[in-house]
Design a protein around this ligand. Sequence first.
Ligand SMILES: [Zn+2]
Length: 513
Amino acid sequence: MSQDRVIIFDTTLRDGEQSPGANMNTAEKLQIALQLEKLGVDIIEAGFPAASEGDFDAVSQIAKKLKRAQVTGLARTSKGDIDRAWGAVQQAAHPGIHVFLATSELHMKYKLNMTREQVLETAVTMVKYARSLTDRVEFSAEDGSRSDRDFLCRVFEAAILSGATTVNLPDTVGYAIPEEFGELVRYVMAHTPNIHQAVLSVHCHNDLGLATANTLAAIQAGARQAEVTINGIGERAGNTAMEEVVMALHTRPNFFPVATGINTELIYPTSRQVSMISGMIVQPNKAIVGANAFAHESGIHQDGILKNPMTYEIMNPETVGLSANKLVLGKHSGRHALRTRLKEMGYDLSDEELKIVFKKFKDLADKKKHVMDEDLEALVTEGLLRTADAFQLEYMHVTSGTTVLPMASVRMRIHGEPIKIAKFGSGPIDAAFNAIKELTRAESEMLRFTIRALTEGTDALGEVIVRLKENGLIALGRGSDEDIITASAKAYINGLNRMEYLKSHPVEDRQGL
Ligand SMILES: [Zn+2]
């Protein structure tokens, strides 16, 4: 039996980045794109080049770097957007353009102010235009799941006739129910005469917690491309999670006789990387990649698993890249061991970069007996990917205790200029924040502050996440350190840097599907 292939279209860097606060800089996006290519994703939607200079720049950097995966840019159905998308992706080995236009009565009437005929005509003209630039064109019918079925089929037929190689049916608002969505896919396949000349794709949102279920129902009905994000990050309740769809297909091959190009053993490292870089924490009970996904607390379960893992485990943790015997580095580990471990985690460093990280690693290993993967990730994200930051922490000294008024002296570099100050606070973290606030002249309001231990033991690295708000913009900040006050300061500064980036890279109009 020949196995059908499901194309995995990853939109972590476009739709995923639209999660409030998950904005990433170009170096961070490039790192994720390289990891996605290794993971085996077929298509990477790298951004929406017309939305901002930052998006354009990130997409073009990614396009130049990737060799195997297709790099796609999103565009509205306008010549300006399509030119911008093409400008960003044209240097890719496999460049693609993705145009979208809404087809539901609600969207056509209230958002677009267009008639059905106008929508059809615009789709035709713009797909033709995109196709004149590249032979990989995807057309998406935004709000497709709430569109009139026959109109949807007409639009898809016209788009394919005009050169679309993929037509995408999005459940933009996360409204569909699996049985109904699968049936819609069957209907589209049966009533779009030329559907077999294109790939039928689906793009689901998780507002009812059904994104994965809807995507699987669509695949079952014949869709052959799934649009997903790592960890399911995305606007509102997020997108379909790549790891859930891929592992469902992988675990139930008899039910789904289809294959993907994903190397499942890289799922966990990729999930970690996206979480670390975007600051979007994975909930512990998240399927496949949550911290508890493979943890069996119940005694009866543990006993069963020891006797035969199949008793309670439907997947082998190693299949998703969770290795039981993790290599732990320490004081005596050399440069080579560090490079090897980082490579396994998805970080291919140049000699120059390795030098920087190795120095930081040695400093850490002097203070901490076991250096874990989580520690190494923090060294790379903080030491390499954030070097262009406007605000950098040089040193901090904090005094606190039962009899003194907490005080922090902080020295930072603000746009390269060294500057320092000392401030009191109600506690040591408050004192540090007061000092940073004064040095950076920050006006952001802190909406949330969370602190947790990254690894086990009292010498564990503490991780802090802050959520900042300023003029309607939201930025997340993440910091980790063996000292929780330093971790807090790093997180606050990281959040301020991300806010600074957002302010200096205004996004014209973030739209999507
Ligand atoms: Zn979407």
